[in-house]
Ligand binder design. Structure first.
Ligand code: COA
Length: 251
């Protein structure tokens, strides 16, 4: 199983596919490469797909970061360590913030952007931001439920379990990073071909956020996925895979 070293930390990633454009998947707050299982396999059929565990998440070492810029530096370190000059960056939620920041600071490294369940600003409910440290268990329960459109989705329990496997301090750093993130005034500078994906019933990053991204990033394409919330890549994996594969094929 692949690890690379970035700075002093061993960073884990999964990989599918050995030819074609590199595609790097970046998870959201408290997540790991596991949220992208279906997408990495599907995209791996036509490209070299990598899904990273950010520091402090999944199988990676480290204490996590408190800002999107610091995570962006990790993403650049990941591209460097794997010798990837340019890659398509697919980011979910916090991962989408990292992807936008990377496209703004290192445009030559970004062959395309897929922004999944995210926005140009990601204010976090105080109940979540404060609850992560004061009552991690019930906050993880609340967040996992809020991520899914159908409250009887069997994947909610697993999502909650995976969130609770991430140290509370790391999740707090992730949400603090989201809360301070705002590139609303800079979206017009993004030149990368962009696909925006959002779940019709997303209450964490509503469709309005996706529409705003698509309206303000030149040439961006918007796909609203029906019967899905914030965890659209888990809830409607087939629809998300189709949109990603079609987008990457056309690059
Ligand atoms: N794209 C487009 N519009 C956005 C935006 C984005 N990324 N982020 C905020 N806005 C809009 C808001 O809808 C609001 O518009 P309005 O005045 O027409 O209602 C305006 O910009 C001001 O928004 P902001 O100051 O960022 O937040 P808020 O005061 O409206 O609400 C929260 C703050 C936390 C209640 C809200 O962001 C929320 O409900 N968030 C979702 C839950 C959450 O915690 N998500 C976690 C994301 S990781």
């Amino acid at each position: 199983m692949p690890f690379i070293t970035i700075g002093a930390e061993r960073i884990y990633y999964s990989q599918h596919g050995t030819r074609g454009v590199p595609v790097v998947f970046v998870h959201g707050s408290g997540g790991s490469h596991l949220v992208w299982g279906a997408q990495v396999r599907a995209v791996g059929e036509i490209a070299r797909a990598f899904a990273v565990d950010l520091p402090g998440h999944g199988k990676s070492e480290g204490a996590g970061c408190n800002s999107v810029a610091a995570y962006r530096d990790v993403a650049v370190g990941f591209l460097d360590a794997l010798g990837l000059e340019r890659a398509v960056i697919v980011g979910h939620s916090l991962g989408g913030a990292i992807a936008q920041t990377l496209a703004l600071s290192h445009p030559a490294r970004v062959a395309g952007l897929a922004l999944v369940g995210t926005g140009a600003r990601l204010r976090v409910l105080p109940k979540i931001l404060e609850g992560v440290l004061s009552d991690f268990a019930s906050t993880a329960h609340f967040v996992a439920q809020a991520m899914f459109a159908r409250q009887d989705d069997p994947q909610i329990a697993k999502t909650e379990e995976q969130l609770r496997a991430c140290p509370a301090q790391v999740v707090r750093g992730d949400f603090s990073a989201c809360n301070a993130f705002d590139v609303i005034a800079r979206l017009g500078e993004i030149r990368a071909p962009t696909l925006v994906l959002c779940g019709r019933a997303d209450v964490m990053t509503p469709v309005k956020y996706g529409e705003f991204l698509a309206a303000n990033i030149a040439g961006a394409q918007l796909v609203v996925v029906e019967d899905a919330g914030h965890a659209l890549m888990l809830e409607q994996a087939e629809a998300v895979n189709r949109a990603l594969v079609e987008f990457i094929r056309k690059l």
